[in-house]
Design a protein around this ligand. Structure first.
Ligand code: ADP
Length: 380
């Protein structure tokens, strides 16, 4: 899609589309000039653009000042990986109060008030969310981006290794470049274990190169200095280095696979556990608030007790399955049914749904998470 002719705007999944006009104006006219420019500028890391500028203006500016970064890769980042309209808020996430509080302190406040978080209080550049699948790690990443008013970049390590293989190094470089200029930014890398895993035996040359590029770019974040020399872009928020407001946030269901060197780069490793009863209750009530139901308080209590060991996504799947029961009851009358006459969901629907939707996380793997958390993680 490098030759997109579409107008600027967001696509259905919220990724940003940039017009071909912006792209073509950004392609350096001479490779030699581009090289020289890149060399001259390599001493001065790119500064963040003023977040007060409209997003189109910032993107247009980035595309005109690529500093040797691959324009096609940059366009891919902007089109496919930068997410602009997927707003998730803390309140959408059930429970995890500890994790939310930790994340506010570690990421959100430092991003919003860089003037207060300098020196020892400087925000960290690497954070790992680990835990069983379906516990809300991706939701949390999105919520941090929303609550910290930052630009959100989302990519899975497996797509770097498959969909973008061959161009991944360029893409990683472009990702960090755009993120720095669009700071404050969150770079969310899902399934990070598949990239930073300790599987040297079957690691091929290209995945090793991507891994190296990622680690280089990442380590430059924390050591980077501040502003453009041309001073045309100035960042505004106090004196903090804008590069310190780019966070690599990763998620994994297999934290023990990450090798030790990579593990150390995640300054904080936060355990996102299975939901406790209070969280399951909140989640269930929230889901059922959008659905006509006849559930009493004691019904909720029973369902909550019966779903011990269910993950957040298991609970969502269970509620969806239960909501199907009244529809199934209609049988052939479905085609003539009026929405308002469909009976409310009841407790028996949940009992039936539980026969189909079971917990997805085993006791053994829970133990593995708890062990890893007690050695290397902090509990959210
Ligand atoms: P993970 O990244 O941990 O595998 P996700 O964040 O992708 O899990 O969650 C998958 C789905 O499960 C979400 O879209 C949501 O419907 C539901 N879910 C999981 N955890 C929660 C939670 N704490 N609060 C609300 N919904 C949740």
């Amino acid at each position: 899609n490098a030759s997109t002719n579409s107008a600027q705007g967001t696509t259905a999944n919220g990724a940003y589309k940039v017009s071909s006009k912006i792209l073509s104006s950004s392609v350096p006219s001479s490779p030699r000039i581009a090289q020289a420019g890149a060399k001259a500028r390599s001493q001065s890391p790119p500064s963040a653009l003023d977040p007060g500028w409209p997003i189109e203006r910032r993107i247009a500016h980035i595309m005109k000042t690529l500093n040797g970064v691959d324009p096609i890769a940059c366009q891919q980042i902007v089109n496919d990986i930068m997410i602009t309209d997927s707003k998730v808020y803390w309140d959408d996430i059930a429970g995890l109060r500890g994790a939310k509080n930790a994340l506010k302190e570690i990421v959100v406040y430092p991003f919003l008030r860089p003037d207060l978080f300098k020196g020892l209080r400087e925000p960290i550049s690497g954070m790992l969310l680990f835990g069983p699948p379906g516990t809300g790690k991706t939701m949390i990443a999105k919520a941090i981006a929303t609550e910290a008013n930052s630009t959100f970049f989302s990519i899975s390590a497996s797509s770097l290794l498959s969909k973008y293989l061959g161009e991944s190094e360029k893409l990683v470089k472009a990702l960090f470049y755009v993120a720095k200029r669009m700071a404050p930014s969150i770079i969310f890398i899902d399934e990070i274990d598949s990239l930073l895993g300790n599987r040297s035996d079957n690691e091929n040359e290209s995945s090793r190169r991507i891994k190296t590029e990622l680690l280089i770019q990442w380590s430059e974040l924390s050591s980077a200095a501040v502003r453009d020399e041309d001073g045309d872009t100035g960042t505004t928020n106090g004196d903090a280095a804008p590069d310190s407001r780019v966070l690599v946030l990763s998620a994994t269901n297999l934290p023990w696979v990450i090798d030790e060197a990579a593990r150390r780069r995640f300054t904080r490793r936060l355990y996102i556990p299975l939901p406790d009863p209070e969280t399951r209750a909140y989640h269930l009530r929230k889901l059922m608030s959008k659905q006509r139901n006849g559930l009493l308080d004691e019904d909720f209590d029973e369902i909550v007790a019966a779903t011990d060991g269910y993950s957040g996504s298991d609970i969502t799947a269970l509620a969806k399955e239960a909501a199907m029961e009244p529809i199934r009851d209609l049988g052939d009358k479905l085609m003539d049914a009026n929405f308002d006459t469909i009976r409310p969901v009841n407790k028996q629907d949940f009992v039936n749904a539980m026969k189909t939707i079971k917990k997805s996380v085993s006791k053994d793997s829970l133990k593995q998470f708890n062990d890893w958390a007690s050695h290397y993680g902090s509990v959210g």
